[in-house]
Write a protein that binds this ligand. Structure first.
Ligand SMILES: [Zn+2]
Length: 232
């Protein structure tokens, strides 16, 4: 009886691990691009390398840089004809999408438009709604992003304590290489505004380590590459 329970538990563990691996591979196979804004209309494309015959759903988020607040989140299906997508690479050429943002419904300000497909992030666009003078984002380039949590192995025993003295908070704290990004800087990454308030032994160069509450979330984040904007 005990052995049977053990075997069940072991099988469950193996299945869970496999599911995780598949999820990671699947998100690495999502690809796409936010091309431009044509007036109110956002134009982009996205596809799944493993399933090029099917249209994927893209989640678009619009974040005001000044407040870090997501003011719009909407899905679009990438099934529009894009003759510029080479059919030999992309299978079908039906991977385009458009989305009306409705800028006149939003307060004047500087916004970032970001998008994701099954958790994989696309590039970010910046738009000045009403041509206002307020803090905007300056791109520092594409950085590697990883994740950490208060667990012993992630935090190197520090728990929620950061090198700057602040208590780490999710959706807020990131660790940086202070030679690249000064401690105290505000950063916008994939539509979320973070504050650089920690360092880490493995955080070197163009690398940002993002704080999460749980180890499961850090595993889900994995290793990504995103454009990092300095806000000021
Ligand atoms: Zn952890």
């Amino acid at each position: 009886m005990k052995l049977k329970t053990f075997i069940h538990a072991a099988l469950l563990t193996i299945m869970f691990t496999l599911t995780n691996i598949i999820t990671v591979f699947a998100s690495a196979d999502m690809d796409g691009y936010l091309d431009r804004l044509e007036g109110d209309t956002l134009v982009g494309w996205a596809w799944d390398r493993n399933d090029p015959g099917n249209a994927v759903d893209v989640t678009v988020a619009v974040t005001r840089v000044l407040t870090g607040q997501v003011v719009l989140e909407q899905d679009a299906t990438a099934d529009g004809f894009r003759p510029d997508l080479d059919s030999e690479t992309y299978g079908t050429q039906y991977h385009g999408f458009t989305l009306d943002i409705g800028w006149d419904q939003l307060e004047p300000g500087i916004y970032h438009i970001s998008a994701s497909v099954n958790g994989a992030k696309l590039n970010t666009l910046e738009y000045n709604n009403g041509d206002v003078d307020e803090p905007s984002g300056r791109s520092l380039g594409v950085f590697k992003t990883t994740a950490y949590c208060p667990c012993y192995s992630c935090s190197e025993g520090w728990g929620r304590h950061t090198s700057s003295g602040a208590l780490a908070t999710s959706q807020h704290t990131v660790a940086v290489d202070p030679r690249v990004i000064p401690i105290g800087s505000r950063l916008m990454i994939d539509g979320t505004v973070y504050t650089a308030e920690d360092v880490g032994g493995g955080v070197r160069g163009n690398h940002v380590d993002i704080y999460y509450n749980t180890h499961g979330e850090t595993r889900q984040h994995g290793v990504r590459y995103s454009e990092v904007y300095l806000i000021g």
